[in-house]
Design a protein around this ligand. Structure first.
Ligand code: ZN
Length: 139
């Protein structure tokens, strides 16, 4: 069995950003040389997510609006977590609902997606360096 590990780094210009990372993960699969196995992609920070859905700008707008309604950033004193001196109480909650990781099968050296499935990095407390782990095992 072969294994492969890579970190993808991000430093988004905004507090919240959704980034299409399928091309980056595809590149990892090619680089790994693994033809049959599994690919795990996970956010390495507790205020960011990795998720799979449609690469459609209207949907991404809807995610932003929906997440901001569920857990508005301001006022920051509405979150007990921010009593620690942080201001990212909302980002922890947004991360929880959007998830930590995805697992995708690799078949014939390709990510074995369902129709329209693509991988995204969800940043909820950006404007600093953060990373995503790609771990691939198989043969
Ligand atoms: Zn925090």
């Amino acid at each position: 069995m072969k294994n492969y590990r890579k970190e993808l780094w991000f430093n988004t210009p905004n507090r919240m950003d959704l980034i299409h990372i399928t091309p980056d993960v595809d590149a990892c699969v090619r680089e790994s040389g693994i033809k049959d196995g599994f690919c795990l992609v996970n956010a390495m920070h507790i205020t960011a997510s990795v998720f799979i859905n449609d690469n459609e700008s209207g949907l991404h707008h809807d995610y932003r609006e929906w997440l901001e309604k569920l857990a508005p950033h301001a006022p920051i004193d509405q979150y007990r977590h921010n009593n620690t001196g942080e201001d990212n109480g909302d980002a922890h909650l947004k991360r929880q609902i959007m998830g930590r990781s995805v697992m995708v099968a690799i078949t014939d050296g390709m990510l074995d997606f369902g129709p329209w499935e693509r991988i995204f990095y969800g940043e909820f407390d950006g404007r600093r360096k953060k990373r995503v782990l790609v771990k691939i095992i198989g043969e």
